[in-house]
Structures are given as C-alpha cells and as structure tokens.
Design a protein around this ligand. Structure first.
Ligand code: HEC
Ligand SMILES: [Zn+2]
Ligand SMILES: [Zn+2]
Length: 346
C-alpha cells in the first residue's frame, strides 16, 4: 500500500489569501498546504478520500490517471468542493466515477450539485454513481474499508481503516468504542489544527495525546492551520518517543510489509545489479569487500529494518548528511522493489 498526502491544510489552505504571517509568507514548500485529501494505492486499485477545492491540482500534480472511487468523510466544502472536476475521469476512463458517502453526506452533495442529479444529459455534467455507506465495513473492488465514526463538534464524520492504515480528519472527539477499531493500526493519520483550543478540531496536544494512546508505529498530522506555526519549527517540537511527523503535501508513505513479495525481490535484484549499478560500490557476496566504497550488503536483511532501508534509498542524505551514497531520486515503487531485494538478503 502506498499513501500520498494530496493536501494537508485546513479549510482555508496555506497560504491564506492576503495573510502576511510567517507561515503564509514562508518560502519552505512544506509550509504550502492544499486542502486535505489522501491518495491510496493498494492491491492495484486507486482511491481518493475527499475531493476538496484543490482536487484538480492534486490529480495533476500526482499524475493520477486511474481512479476506482472517491470516499467522502463528510459534507463540508473543503472536502467536497472538487466534485465537478471528477468529470475529467469520465472522458479519460469512459466511465462513471464511483463515489461513496453516507445518506446525510449524499443529501448535501445532491443539494450543492443539484445539476449533476437532475437527469440532464448535457456533455459537461459529471457522471457519478453514488454508493451508500454507513458505519459498517464495506468493500470496494475487493478492498476492505472499516469506517471509524468520529465527532467534529456535533457532526459525525467518517474516518477509514484500510488494513494497517487509519485515516482520520476533522475530529475533536472519538468514543472508546470507535477507538477500538483504530487500535492495532501501524500507521495513523490524524487531524491537529493548531495549539489553541478549537470547538471542532483536535489541538496539537490533544492529537499527540491520542496518538500516544493508540500507539501506532508511525503517525502523521494533517488539517493544519497557519496558526500552528512553521513546519520545520513544529516538527522539532514533536515528541520523539513515537514516530510522529507533521505531514506535508506530496509526502508519501509506503508499507514495506506489503511490498515484500517474490515479484519485487526479482525486480529489485535486477535494478540493483543492472540498472542502478549499486555493485560499483557494494558487494552482496559474503567476504568480498575489497575495492568497494560502501559496506558489504550480504545479510543486510537481518541487520536493517525494511522501512529504514526504503527511507535510506529514497534519500540517504536526509539520514547521513555527508554520506558518499548518491541520491538516485528513485520513484517509490523502484525504491520499494530494491528494498525488498535487500530485505531478502538474510
Ligand atoms: C558511489 C558509491 C555508492 C553507490 C553507487 C551506492 N552506494 Fe549504497 N552506500 C554507499 C556508502 C559509502 C554507504 C555507507 C553510508 C554511510 O554510512 O554514510 C552506503 C550505504 C548503503 C546502505 C546501508 C548499508 C548499511 O549497512 O548501513 C544500503 C542499504 C545501500 N547503501 C544500498 C545501495 C543501493 C540499493 C544502491 C544502488 C541503488 C547503492 N547503495 C549505491 C555508497 C554507494
Ligand atoms: Zn497566515
Ligand atoms: Zn475540513
């Protein structure tokens, strides 16, 4: 499974129109946040959670050309305002776009986009098929989604658990019963608006406390306001007893456990030996170390953690700033295949 943060900002996005604060004027790309949405690629299928006002830009930026479904968390504009732009997929894929929402959310969508549902047969009107979901597990194309009902002040909002991954946005309270559905997730995405109390969103402290309780291997924070502060400064303040990060737009996370299969191991071996010339610096045979620049990688799979290997291949300098290991700018799928091969070297 691969997840990509399409947007990580609160409803106004960052920068806000006309705001001159430090965050809105920051030149760091991580301080530019589109409205929240996430791309999920798993089992050969592609899903998007929410389609807000930046949907078009997000699809273009990530080169999304296949889309199996859009699943809506709730009906607020920052989560549904991009629905008209789904019509591009009608032309490209010659089919309707499947959307999943609760009855209440559908009602709002039908009101806001009445022209889509009036049965008009005008070429520019998006063609969608609505599927009704509730707080029970459902499947799309064989992929299982478990809804987690969270409270956004008085409005119930759905989060979703897909395998080991749980995505929750726009919450300020989660009942003990719903928390049980999240427990055991390896990766959790949760909203954290700012430091000051808010009526319908978790603050940074509240989010950190909940993540600590839920105890995943990795967590990311989203739905961030310019009031939270600069990405790099807040990132430094986060507790380091848990792998917790402020998400930023374009960030992706790959689940190495799912990438570890025969196919990737074989692909990775050929990429390692032929395409990228890793053998110029590394040996993978026991004993053979002479004349090589980097460490011998035989048995590396029992020494190093798969997720660490993946991160290392993506950006060695981020882990060891002065390393002689080049950054190959590997696409995620390529890095995952090479990592799978290395993990297989026990
Ligand atoms: C120019 C030489 C060079 C090339 C080419 C190179 N590496 Fe490295 N690699 C290094 C060096 C040097 C280190 C030691 C890093 C350090 O600690 O700074 C390293 C470390 C590593 C490690 C961590 C090993 C450990 O025991 O800590 C892995 C995994 C790795 N390289 C994989 C690869 C892969 C895969 C490729 C090809 C895509 C590659 N390397 C290409 C020089 C290279
Ligand atoms: Zn601002
Ligand atoms: Zn929102």
């Amino acid at each position: 499974m691969k997840i990509t943060f399409l947007g990580t900002g609160t409803s106004q996005g960052i920068p806000l129109i006309a705001c001159k604060c430090d965050v809105c004027t920051s030149s760091n790309p991580k301080d530019k946040r589109l409205r929240v949405s996430v791309l999920i690629e798993t089992e050969g299928k592609t899903f998007v959670i929410d389609a807000g006002p930046d949907f078009r830009q997000q699809m273009l930026r990530e080169n999304v050309s296949e889309l199996d479904a859009i699943i809506f968390t709730h009906e607020h504009m920052d989560h549904i305002a991009g629905l008209d732009d789904t019509k591009a997929f009608n032309f490209i894929l010659s089919k309707h776009v499947d959307i999943y929402a609760t009855k209440r959310v559908q009602k709002a969508i039908r009101r806001v986009y009445s022209y889509i549902f009036e049965g008009l047969n005008y070429p520019g009107i998006p063609k969608v098929i609505m599927h009704t979901i509730d707080n029970n597990t459902f499947s799309i194309e064989g992929v299982k989604f478990t809804p987690v009902e969270v409270m956004h002040y008085k409005l119930p909002v759905l989060g979703f658990r897909i395998g080991d991954f749980t995505y929750i946005t726009d919450a300020n309270h989660i009942s003990e019963k719903e928390k049980e559905k999240i427990k055991g997730s390896k990766v959790i995405v949760l909203n954290a608006l700012r430091k000051e109390k808010h009526i319908s969103h978790f603050t940074l402290d509240e989010a950190v406390k909940l993540i600590t309780e839920l105890n995943p291997e990795r967590a990311y924070l989203i739905h961030i306001s310019h009031q939270l502060g600069l990405h790099d400064k807040i990132s430094e303040e986060l507790p380091d007893f848990i792998e917790l990060a402020l998400a930023h737009d374009k960030l992706s996370h790959i689940n190495m456990a799912e990438e570890y299969n025969e196919d990737n191991i074989n692909k990775g071996e050929s990429l390692f030996k032929k395409k990228y010339g890793c053998m110029a610096c590394h040996s993978v045979e026991g004993g053979e170390v002479k004349g090589r620049v980097g460490p011998n990688l035989s048995g590396v799979g029992s020494r190093l953690n798969p997720d660490w290997i993946f991160s290392w291949l993506k950006n060695p300098q981020a882990l060891h700033p002065n390393t002689a290991m080049p950054n190959f700018n590997l696409p995620d799928k390529t890095a995952a295949a090479i990592a799978a091969y290395l993990v297989s070297l026990k």
